[in-house]
Design a protein around this ligand. Structure first.
Ligand code: AMP
Ligand code: MG
Length: 311
């Protein structure tokens, strides 16, 4: 969907004057503000009802915008950015004093990403400032992959919405932290671990940040996140799913089944849109069959399991 000059201009003025702009990326829609303006960034937290300890991703035009934002830019970060930017990889490094504390949840690190979407890049370039943006949904809920999802979740809470059509990736970026010993995976995402390991060698796993003074939680690490409003339960295989569906239907509940398509990238692109649709269907419960426990399915499984976690 093409964006007109006048619309882009309005979005740029909004960013520069401390307002909120919803924009498409290749992962999901983002709710953006000038990352260097703490008052503007505070509006993001208010619009989403997001806990203030949950840090935001800062979006940049390319690596040239990075140096003022960081204390140092390790060579592993540079290697990853060279290979995967623009693209769905978020790199966490130590922040500079220029980045307001509200952006990083009070912690010493900042998450950086260059999105691979013409509208996001045009907005970043024309605004001339880095843009802090989480997904454009209320905190804890499903991320939006269309402009309509955003309107349903955040109506009246933003100044401009740039409608770029459906997001092609459909799931969030992979988040890695550069630690003193290497690269740690903080959140699985559209770029797989094998692809990262080809560039930087073995990836460390595990939720804990190397820096003990980091914020206690980042949202992608919460067990319940990315969740539809309808209760969702995961089944390990189709026969377990049949059993659960039968159980709930016998109890009089209206049950929807969810199965992934055979291709991991197609399943990723459709997952949130499908769950948004099921949410609108007045079901009492969604029973989702988990795809196989393999590397290529890691991110889709992660999101389904978090969608089903207890609050
Ligand atoms: P979202 O709100 O869906 O855009 O998610 C933002 C993601 O950025 C979270 O899931 C975090 O994992 C990640 N993030 C942002 N800043 C940091 C940081 N300083 N340290 C660790 N993770 C971060
Ligand atoms: Mg989110």
């Amino acid at each position: 969907m093409p964006i007109g000059f006048a619309e882009l201009d309005r979005a740029v003025v909004t960013i520069r004057t401390g307002g909120l702009v919803v924009f498409p990326t290749e992962t999901v829609y983002g709710l953006g503000a000038n990352a260097l303006d703490p008052v503007a960034v505070a509006r993001i937290f208010a619009a989403k009802s997001r806990p203030s300890t949950n840090p935001l991703i800062v979006h940049v035009t390319d690596v040239s915008q990075v140096p003022p934002l960081v204390e140092s830019w390790p060579s592993l970060a540079e290697k990853l950015a060279m290979k995967f930017w623009p693209g769905p990889l978020t790199i966490v490094v130590r922040k500079s004093a220029l980045v307001p504390d509200i952006v990083t949840g009070g912690g010493p690190t900042v998450a950086l990403r260059c999105p691979n979407h013409p509208v996001a890049l045009a907005l970043l370039k024309a605004s001339g400032v880095p843009i802090a943006a989480p997904s454009a949904n209320r905190s804890g809920e499903l991320s939006p992959t269309t402009a309509e999802h955003v309107r349903n979740s955040l109506a009246g809470k933003y100044d401009v919405l740039l409608n770029g059509g459906p997001c092609l990736g459909g799931l969030e970026s992979t988040v890695v932290e550069i630690t003193p010993t290497g690269v740690r995976l903080l959140r699985p995402g559209l770029i797989g671990v094998h692809a990262l390991e080809e560039v930087v060698g073995k990836i460390e796993h595990g939720p804990t940040s190397s820096s003990t003074d980091a914020p206690a939680h980042s949202p992608g690490m919460l067990s319940r996140h990315y969740a539809p409003r309808t209760a969702l339960e995961c089944a390990a295989n189709p026969s377990d799913a049949n059993f659960l569906v039968h159980l709930y239907e016998t109890a009089g509940l209206k049950v929807a089944r969810y199965e992934c398509t055979d291709s991991p990238s197609e399943a990723a692109a459709k997952l949130y849109a499908d769950l948004h649709t099921l949410d609108a269907g007045a079901f009492d419960r969604i029973i989702a069959t988990l795809p196989p426990d393999t590397e290529e399915w890691r991110t889709v499984r992660d999101r389904l399991m978090r969608a089903s976690a207890e609050e």
